[in-house]
Design a protein around this ligand. Sequence first.
Ligand code: PHE
Length: 352
Amino acid sequence: MSLKEKLEALKVSTSEEIASVNNLKELNEIRVNTLGKKGPITAALRGMKDLSPEERPVVGAFANEIRDELTEKIEARKAELEIQTMNESLASESIDVTLPGKQVRSGSRHILTQTREEIEDIFLGMGYQVVEGFEVESDHYNFERMNLPKNHPARDMQDTFYISDEILLRTHTSPVQARTMEKHDFSKGGLRMISPGKVFRRDTDDATHSHQFHQIEGLVVDKNITMGDLKGTLEVLIKKMFGEERSIRLRPSYFPFTEPSVEVDVSCFKCGGKGCNVCKYTGWIEVLGAGMVHPDVLRMSGIDPEIYSGFAFGLGQERIAMLRYGINDIRNFYQNDLRFLNQFKVSSVKGE
Ligand code: PHE
């Protein structure tokens, strides 16, 4: 076969290969094998030295022509294959924009947190400060300063977890009263504070008891504070929490740190006071304890009870939420069952 015939045959076979190749990688291999330095065309051009001077330019021109032709075919096929690849990836990556979107699961504030913030807002609006106390407290502040000396029988109702004889988990938020009173500068005016937080008792957990729960303490100390101020303040709180049509009733009670002491009842929000299963047919539901700060409690905090008087109250956040939403088992608050929590879901951004 003459050189020209060889080149002609190469052109035919390579053109067929180019036409039938189906991916860019193989096409590139063809290009390298045919047109590359070690390929047949380069070899043919090198072999021209054996030709006669007349044949050389003719064969040379022919070889160049074939190289150009094949290069062109490769480029054309390359463009085709590139479009084909793009179409394939477009097809495999396409999305159906009419499908429903994936739901993003968002969290929300716990119902006890919502309750606390609502109550805080009511009191902030009346000029109270919010004070944080210690969950690990001393016997001194938790009991002694609240007028519960050692061996006082009222300590029985508030047994707790002891860290040492003197250090314990607080049984109520009342110690924050003493801690705040002794620091307050009365020359700048009276004291109005609430203090929310966790409290602990040696109780066996059941539907209405928990060894750990939440209270909000309230305390006002100033000149001329009377029981009328206490009643008026609690009326604002109860109406905001349970509805404007509610009324409250104060019943005599006993706490060592208040004198007189009262239990505060709200008129039943289910039956309006007629009597039903929620209010146990009394028309009233007990919501919190309160009273006028005992003179000895003021005195122990360095306040002269002849000049100053005050009122205090303590409420259970769980109790308020249970009454408001008809929750019948306190353990629901702590089990983190989404079926429970989601019933109280609100936007986590305040004010939205
Ligand atoms: N500390 C009391 C309790 O936990 C509640 C209370 C607070 C009562 C303030 C009166 C005044 O039971």
